[in-house]
Design a protein around this ligand. Structure first.
Ligand SMILES: Cc1ncc(COP(=O)(O)O)c(C=O)c1O
Length: 377
């Protein structure tokens, strides 16, 4: 039976996704491919719809964090190569081979497991060697590379199709650490070639680096956040991206409170004037971060209205005293635009000391994603 869900939902604007992809594509040389990063359910936007859309737009590969995310793409009919950015856990080698995943590798024990599984399946395993050029996370350190390459040569079933690194400071264009990492990576790629390897994919650039740190060595870009309309640079320089996620609800309940009446848990908001208060059915369980209590604003009838008091698990209260003509069931925008007025994830992020990535990822599973602008095949 069909039934109406509560009005809290996110609209995912696939036309905006295509626009952002096209902007990125324009920026890159034609010889450079795109691995679209769709891990974490495409940063909360829904990996299946995002990957299908980007596959149509021409994305060459997809990047996931874990095997389960890759499986979801395959089950949804995504046929392009999928790279497991975080490598394969022990016991996942068969999943890698059966689904034709590519996987990052950064230690010898991983190579052994993949080699054995590939022998058993009589297949080859396509791998990307991850170099730690200065991120201090996953990857073979440059000083350990010669020994690693000596080992790698012994694994006949491992095909080195890629070599990659990840930049720690790419969002600060002029930071000297970028140059340091890029130079380290160059030296490593030269060593790799000298050892007889010739990987097709050489990649380092996330979104920020794709727009600011061109290097003629790279054959693949690895963008995530810009596809979703998030600004990649710290500070102000804004790219003409379009937000893909629009977070909406409606006013459930409207009432006047007299001065002195407190609002929500902890009584952190007390009406100083006769206050028209709107209850909206969205809370921190939906991803409206509790740290935004009395900090965030929402859009109603094309204007901003402040959150009053603590955000609850399922409810938020908004002071709508100054919103002329406000009515029950009026549309409320938490992220996205209402007329000319827009709220971006960066605004939330700045208020609560995080990044737009986390704002998107926190919009919980409970909030239905509604897809707009799908292209008919
Ligand atoms: C290894 C790797 N490459 C690329 C990306 C994409 O980064 P961004 O979303 O900044 O473009 C990420 C995201 O965290 C990542 O972990």
């Amino acid at each position: 039976m069909m039934y109406a869900h509560r009005p809290t939902e996110v609209e995912i604007d696939l036309a905006a996704l295509r626009h952002n992809y096209a902007l990125l594509r324009q920026q890159l040389p034609a010889s450079v491919g795109v691995l679209a990063v769709v891990k974490a359910d495409a940063y909360g936007h829904g990996a299946i719809a995002v990957a299908r859309t980007l596959q149509q737009s021409g994305a060459d590969l997809f990047g996931v964090a874990i095997a389960e995310e890759g499986l979801e793409l395959r089950r949804a009919g995504v046929t392009r190569p999928v790279l497991m950015l975080g490598g394969a856990w022990p016991g996942q080698e068969e999943i890698v081979l059966e689904n034709d995943f590519q996987t990052s590798v950064f230690d010898v024990e991983q190579l052994q497991r993949l080699q054995q599984a590939a022998e058993r399946a009589d297949r080859f395993c396509d791998c990307h060697l991850k170099i730690d050029s200065g991120m201090g996370r996953l990857g073979v350190l440059p000083e350990a590379l010669p020994a690693f390459l000596d080992q790698l040569k012994r694994f006949s079933r491992i095909r080195l199709v890629g070599v990659m690194t990840h930049l720690a400071m790419a969002d600060c264009v002029d930071h000297p650490h970028n140059r340091h990492q890029i130079n380290q990576f160059r030296v490593c790629v030269a060593q790799l070639r000298a050892a007889g390897f010739s990987p097709r994919y050489i990649h380092a650039a996330n979104s920020a680096a794709s727009f600011s740190l061109a290097d003629d060595l790279w054959t693949l870009a690895r963008p995530g956040i810009v596809l979703y309309g998030g600004q990649p640079f710290a500070g102000t320089s804004a790219l003409p991206l379009r937000p893909v996620m629009h977070f909406h609800t409606q006013i459930a309940h409207l009432k006047w409170l007299q001065p002195g009446h407190s609002v929500s848990y902890g009584q952190t908001f007390v009406a100083r004037r006769p206050t028209l208060l709107a209850a909206i059915p969205v809370g921190y369980a939906d991803g409206f971060n509790r740290l935004l209590s009395s900090q965030a604003e929402v859009l109603i009838r094309g204007q901003r209205a402040p959150v009053a008091g603590r955000i609850c698990m399922d409810w938020t209260l908004v002071d709508v005293t100054d919103v002329e003509g406000v009515q029950p069931y009026d549309r409320v925008t938490l992220l996205g635009c209402d007329g000319d007025c827009c709220l971006y994830a960066e605004e939330w992020a700045e208020k609560i000391g995080t990044i737009s990535y986390e704002v998107f990822c926190q919009v919980s599973k409970r909030v239905p994603r509604v897809y707009l602008g799908a292209e008919t095949p």
